[in-house]
Ligand binder design. Structure first.
Ligand code: UDP
Length: 393
């Protein structure tokens, strides 16, 4: 018996968003896929489960946000989304501040009431750092943060959080990471700048079930390790869509890429409302976790006498741990370039996708966008995603 007796067109390695969308779209075009997933469940890090009627995100808070209407319409084919808007509170040594950095934060920090007052405060604080930079662009996360928001917010809300999150000095991290967070001179605590935002009612897992579990042209094997049979898979499948770590695929031939890992501690608490908000960040250096999520607040459920919280601890990655974040600094990007070049040479046979396959700090919407673009490429530019619902609702 061989691994491809059923004459699959594609082997998809990994049942996260990139691989699942690829298999789903391939099936719409009559192509047969086998998806192998090394974990015991589908959905990658978007996987959620329900406990005490509460949807728990097993791998950290996943809040869907995008400006891309096609992506927003696409994902809503598979689930209804609620109107959740992320509003994060930061706890710095017992004092609370609104995030992202906005007029509420500035008021809490300095008592400033107008944008002009807040700007004056930030400008005075960043003057020294800007002078030291002599007009050049920020070279690292610390320089970027101080030039955006001044020294005090950097010290209280960014430095400690960032250094424990990434396990290295803010001066050794790329500037782009902090550009993810908006800075606003209006009173607006919405964590994201995007137009479309929400969480699927009932969780994310249904999205993957609807995409890949009930399709005659898609078979899914969980607890299946690609590397246990890599050579056979490569020999027997006409094309492979690989969403694991690209360095592992090439047997680390250009060196090992670095990742950051996470550990989650879930706790059921006898309380109707534990912390009063979906996410509270702990921005000091000493608290070992970066944030605490209280899942019922993502669904707006607050009247039960049980709640579930999750503490998120950053941890050093090694080959025995899950890779959550690529560390996109210069050293790693240099190594990645060699892998990307090698990948291009094999592109007729292997597609690399997703956060780990492309070594990019992708958000969910960016992965979906990349998957749809690759589907267009694979099946012709006219690929039409046939949205099954009224996009105006
Ligand atoms: N960050 C911070 N303080 C916070 C929240 C975020 O300094 O309270 C910085 C930190 O460097 C982090 C980056 O902003 O890595 C991006 O945060 P985001 O919440 O977007 O990250 P994710 O949810 O992907 O972990």
């Amino acid at each position: 018996m061989t691994l491809n007796d059923k004459k699959y067109d594609y082997l998809v390695v990994g049942a996260g968003p990139y691989g699942s969308i690829f298999a789903y779209e391939a099936a719409k075009r009559g192509k047969r896929s086998l998806i192998i997933e090394k974990r015991p469940h589908i959905g990658g890090n978007m996987y959620t489960h329900t406990e005490h009627g509460i949807t728990v995100h097993d791998f950290g808070a996943h809040i869907f946000h995008t400006d891309n209407k096609e992506v927003w319409d696409y994902i809503r084919q598979f689930a209804d989304f609620n109107g959740y808007q992320n509003q994060v509170v930061a706890n710095y040594k017992g004092t609370l501040y609104n995030l992202p950095f906005n007029m509420n934060t500035f008021y809490e920090m300095w008592g400033t009431k107008t944008p002009a007052e807040a700007k004056a405060k930030i400008d005075a604080q960043k003057a020294d750092a800007m002078a030291a930079m002599g007009g050049r662009a920020p070279r690292n996360l610390e320089e970027q943060a101080i030039s955006l928001i001044g020294t005090e917010i950097y010290e209280k809300l960014i430095k400690g959080y960032t250094e424990k999150q990434w396990g290295r000095q803010a001066t050794e991290l790329p500037a782009f990471i902090i550009k993810r967070l908006p800075v606003r001179f209006i009173y607006d605590n919405n964590y994201f700048n995007h137009r479309y935002q929400g969480i699927p009612v009932g969780g994310y897992t249904q999205i993957f079930e609807n995409m890949i579990m009930h399709n005659d042209l898609i078979d899914v094997q969980v607890n299946a390790d690609f590397f246990a049979h890599k050579d056979e898979y490569l020999a027997e499948f006409p094309k492979i869509v690989y969403t694991g770590m690209i360095d592992q695929f090439f047997d680390y031939k250009f060196g090992e890429l670095e990742y950051r890992s996470l550990r989650f501690e879930h706790e059921v608490v006898a309380s109707d409302n534990y912390q009063g908000n979906a996410v509270i960040n702990y921005t000091d250096a000493e608290t070992p976790y970066t944030r605490v999520m209280e899942w019922k607040h993502f669904d707006g459920l607050a009247d039960d006498d049980v709640t579930i919280i999750t503490r998120e601890y950053p941890q050093t990655w090694d080959r025995t741990k899950e890779a959550y974040y690529p560390v996109n600094d210069e050293k790693n990007m240099q190594i990645y370039k060699s892998y990307a070049k090698e990948a291009r040479e094999h592109q007729d046979k292997i597609l690399f996708g997703g956060r780990l396959g492309q070594y990019r700090y992708f958000d969910m919407d960016q992965v979906i966008n990349a998957a749809l673009n690759d589907v267009r490429q694979e099946f012709g530019v006219s690929a039409d995603f046939n949205f099954a619902h009224d996009t105006e609702k």
